[in-house]
Ligand binder design. Structure first.
Ligand SMILES: [Zn+2]
Length: 216
């Protein structure tokens, strides 16, 4: 059984790396974002709560996220282990989490703020079908026009330098104490996330002592 925590700012490729590990090692990928989105889409009680919080301009609290993760882990359907993404949110939660579960490693995807900016500010969204584009990695064939439905592409309202600077500061302020606590108590693998997804995955596996990913 293997238990990991994965941390990284938006644009660091955290979801991709978590999925590569989870699929290959039969781990359950516990993504707070995915769980909340699923609940909103399926109109559960939790989903209604999240919708209310977001509509009032608030952020989902650390306590609510903790409940979501604890409830999910309590299902005990993770026979081969899990990889947690989006939790813990603060040092208290990290401490409690480490006491409750024997974590094998904490993965920290490191991306400089300048690169986060470059990646996030390159994001575009189709105003028609909602398809995601990225002017670095996934350009439309014709500038500013969706390949699929030909509608104009737009930028998300919060993907601007001012809003991003606030998100970056919040991320560092919140994450630093968690990473420091993990570094004191647990094995933290910090990898340079500016490289390609396969290169990052290969380094993670080497450093975590996992077998190399076999491409079939
Ligand atoms: Zn479209």
């Amino acid at each position: 059984m293997r238990k990991f925590v994965i941390m990284g700012i938006q644009g660091s490729g955290k979801g991709t790396q978590a999925k590569l590990l989870a699929d290959d090692l039969d781990l359950v990928h516990l993504s707070v974002g995915d769980i909340l989105r699923w609940n909103v889409q399926n109109h559960t009680k939790l989903g209604a709560q999240v919708t209310r919080i977001v509509a009032s301009g608030e952020l989902v609290s650390d306590d609510l996220v903790e409940t979501v993760i604890q409830d999910r882990l309590a299902l005990h359907d993770w026979n081969y282990g899990f990889i947690v993404d989006g939790f813990p949110r603060n040092a208290r939660q990290a401490e409690f989490f480490l006491e409750s579960y024997d974590i094998d490693g904490v993965i920290d995807l490191d991306l400089p703020d300048s690169e986060v900016e470059r990646r996030v500010l390159a994001r575009r969204l189709c105003s028609g079908c909602g398809l995601d584009y990225n002017l670095i990695a996934h350009r439309p064939k014709i500038d500013d026009v969706c390949d699929v439905c030909a509608a104009p592409l737009r930028t998300r309202s919060d993907d601007n330098p001012q809003a991003l600077a606030v998100r970056l500061r919040e991320y560092h302020d919140k994450t630093r104490p968690v990473i420091e606590l993990f570094q004191r108590k647990e094995f933290v693998v910090t990898v340079d996330a500016t490289r390609s997804a396969p290169e990052i995955q290969a380094e993670l596996r080497t450093r975590l002592g996992l077998p190399a990913l076999t491409t079939s």
